[in-house]
Design a protein around this ligand. Structure first.
Ligand code: CA
Length: 224
């Protein structure tokens, strides 16, 4: 996982680099907004930690430019200011999260991990598994020529499975991602949802894509 830190204060930048490197991230640093924007546009990062007060080009302008150029890397804004107006301006510019200085490093790390977990592993618009296509922009799916109508929750589940196709996802993981909570004991809700999804994407087709791995969970993959 690769993180870009755009921060002009050398002490803060090296503190973040040290902490995040220890947490197993690969870290690049840009010391002003212009360099930050250039790197963010031309290289692939899993996340950008972006200071608001920056020389050359401020953080909000960097962020607006990124989103204008259709670069959707998750952005965590860092700022010394903590007013509602600043927060709103940040989110309107396309920030995914916001943290005011001074902050506890543990909180920064928790937010970074949460943002990375929420982000699609790849920024593709259409996911393909066998003849199953999932259009993430139009929120539609089809197999071959047959359109498959899904509820919002079924779509979210299918997207999660497709983004990690070939990987076995545990019930607990699926629950935490789709229902945003942790069921330790009752993961039956996942089984029910998978059953419904399977009825829609697999029942009418010979080549089954959604498989149960006994004692582990579920995997979406084309085994044909
Ligand atoms: Ca600064």
């Amino acid at each position: 996982m690769r993180i870009l830190i755009v921060e002009d204060e050398p002490k803060m930048a090296s503190y973040l680099r040290k902490g995040l490197t220890e947490a197993s991230f690969t870290v690049d640093i840009a010391a002003d907004g212009r360099d930050g924007l250039f790197l963010a546009l031309h290289e692939d990062f899993d996340l950008i930690v972006l200071d608001v007060m920056l020389p050359e080009l401020d953080g909000l302008s960097v962020l607006k430019r990124l989103r204008m150029e259709k670069k959707h890397t998750p952005v965590l804004l860092l700022t010394a200011r903590d007013t509602v107006e600043d927060k709103v301006a940040g989110f309107e510019s396309g920030a995914d999260d916001y943290l005011s200085k001074p902050f506890a490093y543990a909180e920064l790390l928790a937010r970074i991990r949460s943002l990375i977990r929420r982000a699609p592993r790849t920024a593709r618009d259409v996911l393909v598994v066998g003849d199953l296509e999932i259009d993430l922009i139009k929120r539609r799916s089809r197999r071959g020529n047959a359109r498959i109508d899904l509820t919002a929750q079924e779509f979210a589940l299918l997207q999660l499975l497709a983004e990690r196709q070939g990987e076995v996802l545990t019930r607990t993981f699926v629950t935490s991602q789709i229902w945003d909570m942790n069921f330790d004991s009752d993961t039956n809700v996942v089984d029910v949802a998978v059953k419904r999804l399977r009825a829609k994407i697999d029942a009418a087709f010979d080549n089954k894509l959604l498989h149960t791995v006994r004692g582990m969970g579920y995997v979406l993959e084309d085994r044909s």
